[in-house]
Design a protein around this ligand. Structure first.
Ligand code: COI
Length: 355
């Protein structure tokens, strides 16, 4: 399918100070749109000036949350080259989410092309300062004007771009995490493995309460026994014990993170033993008490590698690695971002150039 490009005649001011970008505060001059209509399939792929989308007030996404999204980044290397990190994995995961939410499949290779074309159109917006990137947000939502509950027949696929710095104001400094015991995020058989708005809506209350107590994010426990570790608000989570690094196995309620997948491969390549398995909060607490819990860190596209300096589980406060970034988290961050920003050789073949 051809992508029709209409350029803006009123480009906007780019953020002047790249050290103050934060996350999700600015958007570029253009966006990608494509429509789906039953009987016609996906059609009318186009890049247009960034701006509001008009919706019928009865549009189904507004009532029943039939929506899926992705998050990936474009990086500007020191030699000027622009690269994406494993965009094929994002589009494959988008189709997994689509399947669960009764959204028609997209052509993954075409969606990657759409990302590349849009990033190329707005390449001047890619920030260059250390730690910055262009966050790419593809999303699909149902637009049938119908307040009856059924899978949509009409949808929009949109991609927007946002120049960003660190997701957490802490940057690479360790975050404090609240182990959530009241609320749950997802259960097996639900939508926890998808990237859909509802999973994030479900997290807001707990996140808000944790925030008021001075915690950056919550750590979710499983929804049945409230015992096994699942993931953190916007990232997957890893626990480095004396003899193994553990991340919760994907069992249907956890997001299959692309940074998670890459971190597992990279840590194994660095010589560590990494196990994907069930891990209870009791096991973590026991390891903490006997001194074998060395590091905890989160992984995510937005969060990158985020060391955890403190875990609060009920009345128990666990201070990890004296509240400082540990050796494994630092090495993983350096190696991963080194590949993403083209500073070290990509021996895994994960990066894709945008030309
Ligand atoms: C990402 O890491 O890309 C995410 O989608 C998390 C987000 C909710 C900011």
């Amino acid at each position: 399918m051809e992508i029709k490009i209409t350029l803006t005649d009123s480009p906007r001011q780019k953020p002047a100070d790249q050290s103050k970008l934060g996350f999700g505060n600015y958007y570029t001059d253009h966006m990608f749109l494509m429509n789906y209509d039953e009987g016609q399939g996906w059609h009318d792929a186009r890049i247009v000036p960034y701006g509001p989308i008009s919706l019928d007030p009865a549009a189904m996404c507004l009532h029943y949350g039939q929506e899926v999204f992705e998050g990936l980044k474009a990086y500007r290397c020191a030699d000027g080259k622009i690269q994406l990190f494993r965009p094929d994995k994002n589009m494959a995961r988008l189709n997994v989410s689509n399947e669960r939410l009764c959204i028609p499949q997209i052509d993954e290779a075409f969606a990657v092309e759409a990302v590349k074309t849009l990033v190329n159109v707005d390449k001047e917006w890619i920030p260059t300062e250390e730690g910055t990137s262009l966050y790419i947000r593809p999303f699909i939502f149902a637009v049938d004007p119908h307040v009856g509950v059924h899978p949509a027949h009409h949808l929009i696929f949109c991609i927007i771009l946002s120049p960003v710095g660190a997701y957490y104001p802490e940057g690479l400094a360790p975050v404090k995490i609240y182990v959530e015991q009241n609320y749950v995020r997802a259960v097996k058989g639900g939508m926890g493995f998808t990237k859909t708005a509802g999973n994030y809506a479900a997290s807001l209350k707990a996140q808000d309460e944790a925030d008021k107590l001075g915690y950056t994010q919550v750590l979710w426990l499983d929804g049945v026994e409230r015992k096994y570790i699942e993931e953190v608000g916007t990232m997957n989570v890893f626990f480095a014990f004396e003899n193994e690094i553990v991340t919760p196995a994907l069992q249907g309620s956890i997001l299959s993170g692309i940074t998670r997948m890459s971190s597992i491969e990279m840590l194994r390549d660095m010589g560590y033993t990494v196990n994907e398995r069930r891990l209870s909060i009791d096991e973590v607490y026991e390891a903490y008490n006997n001194g074998t819990l060395k590091e905890v860190f989160g992984t995510g596209t937005a969060a990158v590698i985020s060391p955890v300096g403190q875990l609060k589980w009920g009345d128990n406060i666990m201070t990890i690695n004296n509240g400082e970034i540990g050796e494994i988290s630092q090495k993983l961050y350096d190696n991963l971002t080194g590949i993403q920003w083209g500073k070290i050789e990509d021996k895994f073949g994960w990066t894709v150039e945008v030309k």
